[in-house]
Each structure stands twice: as structure tokens, then as C-alpha cells.
Design a protein around this ligand. Structure first.
Ligand code: FAD
Length: 387
């Protein structure tokens, strides 16, 4: 029997767990999945939660039902890769337990990089579902006032547009170092700018936030922007857990992996999703669900192949799109080259809304297919198509 332990039941951890269970079942694999919550967090939709939308509940036990995976509820507090042990703290007192493993898949995602002063104390972040709910509550208390969204990446733009649409009485300010959505092509970006303009969002590019205060955001040069609620989307980092465990991490605390997605310092530990620094010919992948689920599947396959004495393949991945919602009534999809640079093609308006919704809703049908040993064609193309 090989004990396979998977840490984190987000998008990639669940994909890895189901795939590992189906692929190793007949070869002595026993899969245990550790989840901080009984409920699945749709991180892709946290901006909708922050805007006050009540999303459908997905219980993790239901998602993995019938796979034979053991679900352990609790927070991972320590990892000892030398002894092959993980410490998990459950809800109540005396619920600390140590779980031994033969192979580990680390899928704990990332948290907001709170190194800017005041972020940890005064900003709302997207670290988990509860934090997005806290922001929704705060906004529901405000009739008027200002919401500052710090960070002009795709998450910042999705958040600013979602909040502006849901709370037309509030002033929404988007602070960005460069032009918001700068990774998109010119036409898609111009479309984003028109959407933000229509929603009354005040965009400040070239803005460097130096401090978050309880009621304001300070910019380099000392200017203060009053804020009744500040949402921080300007950067993420790996949990301290990996560094504390002695795993080799990159400058952002993500576990550095080899071509098969094994930790370069501890090969019995695979790292996937946002938590991993995965190098490809075009550079290190950035955190997306689009790339994360393929890493989860690949790690599970590599592990299964290893158990059966087969050659483990190198992971290859190419991006296809940057899907961006602009509130519930608009969206834009930038199609990309495998290295995530924009192609000429983009989609806007109604068809983009349908596309984005299909992408955001795709993990659940993907998990159902995986339970039957199938990999959705789209995911297969993202990886195998590149080889
Ligand atoms: C608002 C928003 C919109 C996004 N939109 C898109 C998009 O359109 N397309 C796209 O591809 N990507 C998008 N992303 C990025 C995408 O959500 C992430 O890349 C994806 O969630 C990564 O999956 P993961 O499994 O690595 O991490 P996560 O989904 O974050 O899962 C990590 C899991 O680990 C759990 N965990 C953390 N610490 C512990 C602990 N100590 N013990 C136990 N469990 C723990 C967490 O609770 C979580 O369940 C978006 C992100 C945000 C915030």
C-alpha cells in the first residue's frame, strides 16, 4: 500500500486527488485529502461573493463521493518532509493529528502578499471564502463612500467592475502600477477601459501604494486616497509552511519543482497549482486555474506511473485565454499564445459572458469526468497538444 496525501482541496488539489485515486486504485494507492473546510471555495468567483452574490454550495465530500478518497478536515500546521509526516489541526481542542505519507501532493495555493504596511491589518483579501464574505458585509453597510481596489491585474479589474456594478452608489477607485489589464492585447484592453468608464470606475495608473490605513490608502509621494473599504489584489505568495519545512522555494515562497512537478529538494513531495513554481520554456507559470488543474493531473499521473515503474513524463503547458468578467452583464476574453502573450483574436459582450461562465463552471463537470477516468478534451489539449 502507498499512502498518498494531498494537502489542499482547492481546484488543483481535488483534481489531483480524484486522478490519483482512479489511477492508483488497482496498484495499492490509498489517497487522503486534507481540506481546511467542508465546503469547496470557488476562488474564481470570489469577486462575485465580495459583491454580495450567494453562490451555490459544493460540499467536498459530495465532489469526491465514490472515489474511495479519505477526507480529513483541518488546517495543515506543519510539514516534516524528512519524517514524511504532516500535522493537521481540526476544529476543536485535542483534534491535532499527525498523518504519515509515502508520497505527498502539496496544493495549498497562495495567500495575499501582505508585505506592504497596513495590508494585513486594514485590507480585505481573497485568501478564503470568509474574507470575501466579510468584504460583502462591509459594502452592504455603506450607502455611499469609496472602495479602493489595489492591483490592476485581471483579479483587480474583475473585482472593480463587479463591485461597481453591484454597488452603483459607491465610488470605486482602481489603483494600478501600469495600465489595468496590461497583459491583454490593445483591443481587449480598450474594451476593458470603456467598460470601467461606463461603470464610473476611477482608474489611477502609475500608482504605487505605500501603506494601507484604516480609512485611506497612501501612495508614494504621500497622497492619501480616502477609503471605506480597501481590497488588496496586488500580489500573492506561498504559505510560510513550505519554507518552514525546508523545501526549496522561489522568491515568492512557491515550491520549486522539476519537470515532473516534484520538489527539487524533496522528490517525494509534488507541488501543484498556485503553490508551485513551474518552469516552462517561456518562463515560470503564473497562478491560474487554467494551468493549475493540468499540474494537479500531471502530478497524479507521474505518481501513478512511478508506482507502476513507468517512465515519468515532463510537464508541458500552454495558455489559451485570459477570461475576464466585467460585472455580470459584460466580459471580454483575450485568446493567447501558449506563453500567454495575446493573439489578435478576442471575444466581447454576450458571447464572452457565456464563454467566461462556461470556464468558471467547468471544474465540477471536469471532476465528474475524472471520476470515470476521463480527461476533458480541452484540458488534454492544453498539455498533450503541446508535446
Ligand atoms: C477573484 C479571482 C478570480 C480569478 N479568476 C480566474 C480565471 O478566470 N481563470 C483562472 O484560470 N484563474 C483565475 N483565478 C486564479 C485561480 O483562482 C487560482 O489560480 C486557483 O484557485 C489555483 O488553484 P489552487 O488549487 O492552486 O489553489 P486554491 O484554489 O486557492 O486552493 C488552495 C486550497 O488550500 C486550502 N488551504 C490553504 N491553506 C491551508 C492549510 N493550512 N490547511 C489546509 N488547507 C489549506 C485553501 O482553503 C484552498 O481550499 C482567479 C482568482 C481570483 C482570486
Amino acid at each position: 500500500m502507498t499512502n498518498i496525501l494531498i494537502l489542499g482541496a482547492g481546484y488543483t488539489g481535488i483534481a489531483a486527488a480524484i486522478r490519483a485515486a482512479t489511477r492508483t486504485r488497482r496498484h495499492g494507492g490509498k489517497v487522503t485529502l486534507v481540506s481546511a473546510s467542508p465546503r469547496f471555495t470557488e476562488r474564481l468567483r470570489l469577486h462575485q461573493t465580495a459583491a454580495g452574490e450567494r453562490l451555490r454550495d459544493h460540499a467536498i465530500a459530495d465532489i469526491i463521493a465514490g472515489t474511495g478518497i479519505d477526507l480529513v478536515l483541518g488546517r495543515v500546521s506543519a510539514l516534516d518532509p524528512e519524517r514524511h509526516e504532516v500535522t493537521v489541526n481540526g476544529e476543536g481542542a485535542d483534534t491535532r493529528r499527525v498523518i504519515a505519507y509515502d508520497k505527498l501532493i502539496y496544493a495549498l495555493g497562495t495567500v495575499a502578499d501582505a508585505s506592504t504596511p497596513g495590508v494585513a491589518e486594514h485590507a480585505y483579501v481573497y485568501d478564503d471564502h470568509d474574507q470575501a464574505v466579510r468584504l460583502a458585509r462591509r459594502l452592504s453597510e455603506l450607502d455611499r463612500g469609496t472602495v479602493v481596489v489595489a492591483g490592476g491585474g485581471l483579479t483587480g479589474v474583475e473585482s472593480a467592475t463587479e463591485l461597481a456594478e453591484a454597488h452603483p452608489g459607491l465610488r470605486v477607485v482602481l489603483l494600478s502600477r501600469g495600465r489595468p489589464g496590461s497583459m491583454m492585447g490593445e483591443k481587449a484592453r480598450a474594451y476593458v477601459e470603456r467598460a470601467m468608464d461606463r461603470l464610473g470606475i476611477q482608474v489611477r495608473d502609475g500608482a504605487e501604494v505605500t501603506k494601507v490605513l484604516p480609512d485611506a490608502v497612501e501612495l508614494a509621494g504621500g497622497e492619501l486616497i480616502p477609503s471605506d473599504a480597501t481590497l488588496w489584489t496586488a500580489g500573492t505568495k506561498g504559505l510560510p509552511l513550505a519554507t518552514e519545512a525546508g523545501l526549496t522555494v522561489d522568491g515568492r515562497g512557491r515550491i520549486v519543482v522539476d519537470a515532473a512537478l516534484r520538489s527539487v529538494s524533496h522528490p517525494d513531495v509534488y507541488a501543484v497549482g498556485d503553490a508551485a513554481a513551474v518552469r516552462q520554456p517561456y518562463g515560470v507559470m503564473h497562478g491560474t486555474c487554467q494551468g493549475g488543474i493540468p499540474t494537479g493531473l500531471h502530478a497524479a499521473d507521474a505518481l501513478a506511473d512511478g508506482l507502476r515503474g513507468r517512465t515519468v513524463k515532463a510537464f508541458r503547458f500552454g495558455y489559451v485565454h485570459q477570461p475576464l468578467s466585467l460585472g455580470r452583464r459584460d466580459a471580454v476574453i483575450q485568446f493567447t499564445h501558449p506563453d500567454d502573450t495575446p493573439r489578435r483574436a478576442y471575444l466581447k459582450g454576450r458571447w464572452a459572458i457565456v464563454y467566461k461562465e462556461t470556464v468558471s463552471g467547468s471544474p465540477m463537470p471536469t471532476y465528474r469526468l475524472l471520476k470515470h477516468g476521463l480527461v476533458p478534451v480541452g484540458l488534454f489539449r492544453l498539455t498533450a497538444g503541446l508535446k
